[in-house]
Ligand binder design. Structure first.
Ligand code: TRP
Ligand code: ZN
Length: 864
């Protein structure tokens, strides 16, 4: 045996156009669990003038035969994961027969068996586990696919339209599909199984009828209406807001239990993680409903942003993902609460994305070096990518942005393009210069904005001095073009018209240099400034704002997002001041009173009020420190929560009693439940007799949002009632693994010192399964992300639990292992003892025989 070779990196700068085109691809699958035969017939056209070899990608394939026009090919080599064929003519039909084993494929990439059904996952580079191919997104072909299988798999699905079906001589059956749209291999999909189907139809605005079909495991039909309703909303929204219509006669979604991510946008045949599809009121929470709606939308929106126009290479991933996340965020905001959606998006940025950007995996939204592509489906590419699109939207305005989209499709429909092509369309259509703005694509790290304010009483002039500093891990970064939105409030909370020397000024400031001053005059008294309104750029803002000013913003800002943001700042300030000086032991009366007003008057969106009453998460607070003071943050947040619970307990009881829950999924019912949940969370920490009554009532309701809010309140408050509730839940829901995931997640939150043993015991629970990513994430993912005290135990036992798991997952499913590794990536941000203990786990992985490329790339960067 040869020594394992070090994984090879790919670089953006090395991009070369393909030397062959595949104009048409015909695939025949003869499905068998251990030996599936795949016949590929590729219509090839040479694209260069030299007699270069054809290089095809392939992993874990048994090559059966290779021929051109019936004649076997002999002039070829297999080198590592490539098949190299020499001396092919200008044009030919290449036939490749290979065999694969879906049943033993636990990586959930390529073709695999999932709970009795065959399914595929090809993005990013899984197609090469199915057959030899030019497995790169800039090779676009039409596909004909024939699936042959036993009749115990009645439904045989692939992309496009069904054109033929029938029986084979040996009593099996087949179906043939044709996809008229050229596509790269990563959008290929095949599913074979025995499903229940919910069918529906949608008529596009130009009057074409589209058949909709949602395939789920037998018995799950009652959980399908929400996903289908979401799909129809998405189709209509994309017509109205982006003028984009669906293009095939059928749109299919299949739900599978074993899936590495949320869902996949394969042309005409989306494959979904069942947890992102299935919902009814008994089994899914309001949050699940929202997630499903947004993911169904996301995958649908990819049909244009991703499929009709795709990526030239994988470094351009944000071209489709950043843009599609932006589109799904807008979808959710247009049909629901814009403020709450913005709050959710910004939480993701400030916690996960900022920490990724400050850590060893920091990369620009368009990465330049990649070892394992699966490692780059990140919050940076997706969520910061969406923020970059959003900034262009802010700079251009909706109308010009839509013109840019029109031009983008006019130029690039049917092509594989780059992020530069997208920005060019935006700037050409609008006339806005985006040259400097493009640095957002190539620079990583979070820019810091330092803002100083001054007010001149004599001239009634107010000035903002804005400094942008490169992030400390990227000192070479050049200044970015930052759209910096502001609002100035007067003493009565009124918004001040912005003007300077008689000219009206826009509320979005164009920050482009290292230091810039912006002035506004005709202002009577020193205003209160709302800065970076709506989080208009993904930056860290430092400003000297007083508690009084923050309370003013919280009351009067026109942006509900900024009101919440001020509230977060108030809490953050309080936490920090207590950590630096323990004699500051409580939240001020002003803050408590502001909360009291919110909960008693209940003015406006109740879901927003619930958000305004929440203490920032551990991750949000941790982001404020260079070395994360784990124990102190836990202690202070605990004290503050207890104070709010005690001082406002009567208000929480009254509020809870006043809220009517009609059990529906209307926006108002959802908001009601959100606020009830908030009340319960605090009440569970008090001695109020109502607490137990409310918890029991909610726990026994037939609405999963209420049930979970009761259980989670009891668990987090260490209320003894939790044990009865948890064991009841287990016996009630064992038949439904998706519901049991909620139970596993609650179990993972146990704060006693037996938490680790408890988790190890749950590995033996009949519902637990190491090969199912949903189970693993529900139990161990929740533990490592949310059970801060136990995960970061001083004795390192929490880290050891995760280290053991990663070693196990490395052999089963490297992609999932790599995602589960994330908490270790920020090991340098903890105190010595903790960081050494985390490092030790990383070192264990580095020393492992057979370490996957996925883990290698991250471990190596973490330890560098
Ligand atoms: N393109 C998918 C999406 O964002 C992401 C995805 C689904 C994926 N499955 C994957 C990415 C597997 C990598 C590997 O909608
Ligand atoms: Zn996507």
């Amino acid at each position: 045996m040869t020594a394992p070779t070090k994984p090879q990196a790919q670089y953006l700068k090395d991009y070369k156009a393909p030397n062959f085109l595949i104009e048409h691809t015909e695939l025949t699958f003869d499905l068998q669990p251990l030996t599936t035969r795949v016949t590929a017939l590729l219509t090839l056209q040479r694209a260069d003038n030299n007699n270069t070899p054809l290089v095809l990608d392939g992993i874990d394939l048994r090559l059966v035969s290779l021929s051109v026009g019936g004649a076997a090919i002999t002039d070829y080599q297999i080198v590592g994961e490539q098949l190299i064929i020499n001396n092919l003519p200008e044009q030919c039909q290449l036939s490749i027969v290979t065999e694969i084993s879906p049943q033993t494929n636990t990586s959930l990439e390529g073709l695999y068996l999932s709970g009795g059904a065959y399914c595929t996952q090809c993005e990013a580079q899984g197609f090469r586990k199915i057959t030899y191919y030019m497995d790169r997104p800039d090779v676009l072909a039409t596909f004909d696919v024939t699936i042959i299988a036993d009749k115990k798999y009645p439904q045989l699905l692939s992309n496009g339209n069904q054109v033929d079906s029938g029986e084979t001589q040996d009593g099996r059956h087949f179906v043939k599909w044709q996809d008229p749209f050229k596509k790269p291999s990563y959008l290929f999909a095949l599913v074979a199984g025995d499903f229940d189907v919910l069918k529906d139809t949608y008529t596009t605005k130009s009057g074409r009828d589209v058949e909709l079909a949602l395939f789920v495991d037998k018995g799950n039909l009652s959980k399908t209406p929400h996903a289908i309703a979401s799909l129809k909303k998405a189709m209509q929204w994309d017509e109205e807001r982006f003028n984009l219509e669906y293009d095939l006669d059928i749109y299919m979604i299949v739900a599978v239990d074993f899936f590495n991510m949320g869902a996949m946008e394969n042309k005409g045949l989306n494959v979904f993680n069942s947890k992102c599809v299935l919902a009814n009121q008994e089994t899914a929470t309001d949050k699940d409903y929202h997630t499903i709606e947004s993911i169904v939308g996301h995958e649908y929106f990819h049909n244009w942003t991703g499929n009709r126009v795709t990526c030239r290479d994988w470094f351009q991933l944000s071209l489709k993902e950043g843009l599609t996340v932006f589109r799904d965020q807008e979808f959710s905001s247009d049909i629901g609460s814009r403020a709450l959606n913005r709050i959710d998006a910004v939480k993701v940025m400030r916690t996960h994305q900022f920490s990724e950007d400050a850590g060893p995996m920091a990369h620009p939204i368009r990465p330049e070096k990649v070892i394992e592509m699966n490692n780059f489906y990140t919050v940076t590419v997706y969520d910061k990518g969406a923020e970059v699109i959003r900034m262009m939207h802010t700079l251009l305005g909706e109308e010009s942005f839509q013109k840019g989209m029109d031009l983008y499709f006019e130029r690039h429909d049917g092509q594989a393009v780059t992020c530069d092509d997208f920005v060019s369309a935006m700037s050409d259509a609008s006339g806005v210069d985006l040259q400097q703005f493009k640095r957002w694509y190539s620079q990583s790290g979070t820019p810091r904005l330092n803002v100083e304010q001054s007010f001149d009483n004599d001239t009634n002039t107010y000035s903002l001095i804005i400094k942008q500093c490169a992030p400390s891990n990227q000192p070479e970064n050049k200044p970015l073009h930052i759209p910096f939105a502001i609002e100035l409030l007067d003493a009565n909370g009124q918004s001040i018209e912005l003007e300077y020397k008689g000219e009206k000024q826009d509320h979005v400031l164009n920050v482009t240099s290292k230091i810039q001053t912006f002035s506004f005059d005709n202002i009577a008294t020193k205003p209160v400034a709302v800065l970076l309104e709506d989080f208009s750029a993904p930056c860290i803002l430092t400003q000297q704002t007083t508690q009084t000013e923050l309370l003013h913003i919280m009351r009067f800002a026109r942006s509900d997002f900024s009101r919440w943001d001020a509230q977060q700042q108030l809490f953050i300030k309080a936490v920090k001041s207590q950590i630096s000086d323990a004699s500051n032991s409580a939240l001020s009366a002003d803050i408590i009173n502001a909360l009291r007003v919110l909960i008693s008057t209940k003015e406006g969106d109740l879901a927003l009020i619930a958000e305004l009453l929440k203490i920032p998460s551990f991750d949000t607070l941790a982001a404020e420190f260079d070395v994360i003071p784990v124990d102190e943050i836990i202690k202070v947040t605990h004290t503050f929560e207890q104070q709010i619970a005690d001082e406002l307990s009567d208000e929480f009881v009254n509020c809870y009693n006043s809220l009517q829950d009609d059990g529906s999924v209307s926006a108002s019912a959802v908001a009601n439940r959100a606020l009830k949940q908030l009340c319960l969370h605090y009440l569970a920490k008090t001695q109020k007799t109502e607490a137990i009554t409310f918890i029991n009532e909610a726990a026994n309701s037939n609405n999963m949002t209420n049930v979970l809010s009761a259980l989670s309140a009891a668990v987090k408050a260490l209320n003894p009632i939790q044990h009865t509730l948890l064991s009841h839940f287990d016996s009630q829901w064992r038949h439904d693994v998706l519901v049991m995931d909620k139970w596993f997640a609650l179990q993972a939150m146990q704060s006693g010192n037996d938490a680790i043993d408890n988790i190890k015991a749950l590995y033996e629970h009949p519902c637990f399964d190491f090969s199912n990513p949903n189970r693993v994430r529900a139990l161990v993912g929740s533990f490592s992300h949310f059970n801060t005290a136990q995960f970061h135990r001083a004795d390192g036992k929490g880290y050891e639990l995760l280290g053991d798991l990663l070693i196990k997952l490395n052999a089963i499913n490297p992609q999932n292992a790599s995602r589960m590794l994330t908490p270790f990536m920020s090991w340098k941000r903890y105190d010595d003892a903790r960081s050494q203990a985390m490092k030790q786990q990383l070192q264990r992985l580095a020393d492992l025989d057979g370490l996957s490329d996925d883990l290698y790339e991250k471990v190596e960067k973490a330890l560098a």
